[in-house]
Design a protein around this ligand. Structure first.
Ligand SMILES: Nc1ncnc2c1ncn2[C@@H]1O[C@H](COP(=O)(O)OP(=O)(O)OP(=O)(O)O)[C@@H](O)[C@H]1O
Length: 244
C-alpha cells in the first residue's frame, strides 16, 4: 500500500463559517508531510476530520485504507497522535502515564528508551504536572510513539522546545522515518519544515494554496528563501507590513 493517508474534497464548517474548504491530499508510506498555514487556517480541523474526531460536512478520508470512524478499533494500534493538551490525574508520574499508555497496546515501544531519546529520561519519577512546558511537549511526543504506530500525527511538533530539544526531536523523527514511519505534522517553524518535510500543503483560510515540495514552493514563488515563499503564499508578509 502506497497511500497511508488519503483525503478527498474534505469540507468542514462551523455554523456558516467554512473552516476547511474542499481539501484533497495524499501521504505515502515513510513520508513526512507538513500541513502548514497561519493560525486559524484550518490545520487542526483537517487533522481532526482525518482522525475521525470531527465529522466533515463532505468528502472522503482514509488512513491505511481504513475508515477512521468505522474502523476505529483496527486503527487504534496503528495510529499515534500527539496532543497539545491532555487530561491526566493530578498526581500521576511520567513513568506511570507511560506505563498506562503502553498497557493499551499489543506491541508498545520501550518508553524508557523513548524518554531518554527525547531528553527526559531523568524525569520518570516526576509528576507530569511538574514538568516544564517543553518537557511536557516532549512527553506528549513520546506518548504518541509508544504504540509503535505506522503513522503519527504531530500537531505543532516543537512549539515551546529549546533549540537543542528541537534538533533532538528532528533526529529521532528522521530515524523513525527511515524505519518506515509515516508522519503528518503541523509546524509554524519553517526551518523545521525544510529540515523534515518531503512534501507540504499550505492552507489559507481553509483552502489549499500550495501542495508540493519545499523546493517547488520556492521555485513557484518570486522568493529565494522558503520562509519568504511561505509568507508570500499565505500573504502574512503583506498583512504584517500593513500593521507596521
Ligand atoms: N469548535 C469550533 N467552533 C467554531 N469555530 C471553530 C471551532 N474550531 C475551530 N474553529 C475555527 O475554525 C478555523 C480553523 O481552526 P483550526 O483550529 O483548524 O486552525 P489551525 O490552522 O489549526 O490554527 P492554529 O495554527 O492556531 O492551531 C478558525 O477560524 C477557528 O476559529
Amino acid at each position: 500500500m502506497k497511500e497511508v493517508i488519503k483525503v478527498e474534497q474534505l469540507t468542514k464548517s462551523y455554523g456558516n463559517f467554512i473552516a476547511v474548504d474542499n481539501v484533497s491530499l495524499s501521504v505515502s508510506r515513510g513520508m513526512v508531510f507538513g500541513l502548514l498555514g497561519a493560525n486559524g487556517a484550518g490545520k487542526s480541523t483537517t487533522i481532526e476530520c482525518i482522525l475521525g474526531t470531527k465529522n466533515p460536512d463532505s468528502g472522503q478520508v482514509s488512513i491505511l485504507e481504513l475508515n477512521p470512524k468505522a474502523d476505529r478499533k483496527s486503527l487504534f494500534e496503528k495510529v499515534g497522535v500527539q496532543f497539545q493538551e491532555m487530561n491526566y490525574q493530578e498526581q500521576i508520574k511520567v513513568s506511570e502515564l507511560c506505563e498506562v499508555t503502553a498497557s493499551l497496546y499489543q506491541n508498545p515501544l520501550n518508553y524508557i528508551e523513548l524518554l531518554m531519546e527525547f531528553g527526559i529520561g531523568d524525569k520518570q519519577k516526576s509528576l507530569v504536572k511538574d514538568l516544564s512546558g517543553g518537557q511536557r511537549q516532549r512527553l506528549f511526543i513520546v506518548l504518541a510513539l509508544i504504540p509503535n504506530p505506522e503513522v503519527v500525527f504531530l500537531d505543532e511538533l516543537t512549539t515551546g522546545l529549546d533549540a537543542k530539544a528541537r534538533r533532538d526531536v528532528w533526529k529521532t523523527l528522521m530515524r523513525l522515518k527511515e524505519k518506515g514511519l509515516t508522519i503528518l505534522l503541523t509546524s509554524h517553524f519553517m526551518d523545521e519544515v525544510e529540515a523534515l518535510c518531503d512534501r507540504i500543503c499550505i492552507l489559507k483560510k481553509g483552502r489549499i494554496v500550495f501542495e508540493g515540495t519545499v523546493l517547488e514552493a520556492v521555485n513557484s514563488s518570486p522568493c529565494d528563501k522558503f520562509e519568504d515563499a511561505y509568507l508570500w503564499y499565505t500573504d502574512e508578509e503583506e498583512e504584517a507590513n500593513e500593521n507596521l
